[in-house]
Design a protein around this ligand. Sequence first.
Ligand code: BGC
Length: 763
Amino acid sequence: MLPVKSIGLLMPPRYFLLIVLLCFCCSAIATDNNIKEQVETLLTKMTLPEKIGQMVQINAFGGKIPDELKQRLREGRIGSMLNEVNPQTSLEIQRIAVEQSRLGIPLIMARDVIHGFRTIFPVPLGQAATWDAELVKQCARLAAKEATSAGFHLTFAPMMDIARDPRWGRIAEGFGEDPYLASVMAAAMVHGFQGDDLSAPNTIAACAKHFVGYGAGEGGRDYDTANIPQGLLRDVYLPPFKSAVQAGVATIMTSFNEINGVPSSGNPFILRQILRQEWGFQGFVVSDWASMEEMIEHGFCSDLKDVAYKSITAGVDMEMQSSAYADHIEELVKKGIVPQKLVDDAVRRILRIKFQLGLFEKPSPYSAKQSTKPSEAALKLAKTVALKSVVLLKNEDGLLPLSKEVKSIAVIGPMSDDPYEVLGTWNRDGKIEDTVTPLTAIKNLLGDTTEINFAAGLPYSRSRDKDGFAKAVEQAKKSDVVLIFAGEEAILSGEGHCRAFLDLPGAQNELITEIAETKKPVVLVILAGRPLTIGEISEKVKAVLYAWHPGTMCGPALTDLIFGLQSPSGKLPVTFPKAVGQIPIYYAHKNTGRPPHTRKLMMIDEIPVRAYQSAPGDAARYLDIGYLPLFPFGYGLSYTKFEYSNLQLSSHRIELGENIKVSVDLTNTGQMEAEEIVQLYVRDLVASLTRPVKELKGFQRIRLKPKEKKTVTFNLPSTELGFHNSDMKYVVEPGKFHLWVGGDSQSGLKSEFEVVKSKGKDR
Ligand code: BGC
């Protein structure tokens, strides 16, 4: 037989590529068949209790292995464990399972690796603000490398819950309000974590969570009820999950909430019909922490036995932390209430992932070591992503960037030198000794040449202790310019940490006000896990940078931006409200019959006293705050200026099934090389169900030198223009559309086009 290389020489390159691709597909199919066989063989050897054991995931015992745990491992009654961070313990647990249980099935060791393992990247909301899928993928790749070397095989990430309510603390963990942006980011993270080969020693199984509608809890309260009409569910809340499934995500986690009266862990409609039948998901479904047991509190299950019955029937394969499966499935199967097939199917799916992970290979590709300091490459990546996540919200008189020649700077605020809080929520394995704070980074950059006058002013973000104010004001007065690092501590966002007020917590507003009264030019940098209502306080300062919780390389990233080594380029992945009373507020809202932008309306102070009560002519808005947000979705300034021109469509009339090529010229008309995120939005003007006023359909991050011009093109397939109609069918309805290309969701060049029926087809 000729070696592959010499075959390649004898034929045109495209045929050679085709053969390589075919070989690759054939070997993937062969591996898949192989795994199928191995799973079936193992399954035939398993007793019912051993099968049920695979469906059980328990929390670790903090580095200990109690006798009861040893016993359960030997009996094959545990399939997976989360949170064992001691490498020796983790290896010992695995050794007991593999060497001392009858069938030697290894455990899946799991951990929440949400935005980095040892190296902490910006919280996912910040990563979404980069609009840079490749970068987000690289972060997940690196996190996978670090987490696998510590012995983990599964991360409970990415979270892709659409969040349109910043009171919800978990908004920090997801990709914001938009299904398109979230879908792109979800796929990027899945690819990053899982790579091309789950069995490689440095890839980790991902988990798309929380399925589904968790971000739609009433009032922005965690765990609260979500009522989501099916069309909205399919058009807004499900797409990121579908995208993760298409990206090959290994596992899915159910959510805590109910949707329309049915808690997710007992919902066959979402778990069986949508996930498995419609999307063909092949991996396994794990419940959220005790979310199965909590169906009793929901009033959906009478007791733990009922929980076991409803969850397995609905399609949950593995139970996290509660014990409904461990305690009741055996009896339910023996009594014929739960068909054995349901258990077999669940175990099949779990074993399949274990084989794909290579857990049965000897020697196992996984080991468990204590994490070491982040590598140079990891820190470089952490700095790049933090830098690209920061959004410049205001820059009066071009105060930013500051000159490095500045003589004296005051560094004020509770977030300026806190290595812990800047890491954000779900920092499990990052270490504060790795963090470079803003103060340290500023000293590193300018320490020899500039007088740096530091005073935190407040010891932490919630503090009301004003003892430090006088020193802070004094430092500001001595300085040419003031940098204030304010925001929220890490614990104020994330799970269970919802807020009714979204101001800067504690006495931070007062601190900023007192500093602003010195009349020194002030740059305010906000570090927070969610949008905050910073409208009024922003008016008191000249410049505002929104940095989310940026992670390990917080300081160097911010310093590069503040002193103009790079231009800010992040764009908001979520709308910023002016006040809590405007929530929910998101760009893709409906127009209503009375859209406020079409008329001039009296604000509260303009309405005459004892005015005659009359509503006609008014609109969907508030008397006291209007209808516009503080900052729209997609918004973000730059140190340079970008000009959009020459919007072109390949056709203004296309048939269903055809694509439109959209192009626009982007010019950097400013003085600095920088990146712009070019965004494409459409609106379906008339449909059988009303459509949002704008929907994001594409974006690109473009880097341009001063005066450089580039034509940016998008391919817009007509198949992307659809929605779920009243029969819950995805349809693209013929008709007129508007289209915009621009730098945020409220501006842009506008055009229009029409979609017509393709000949001989209705839809
Ligand atoms: C959270 C999940 C997380 C799990 C395991 C739950 O409380 O909702 O997102 O993955 O705990 O830590």
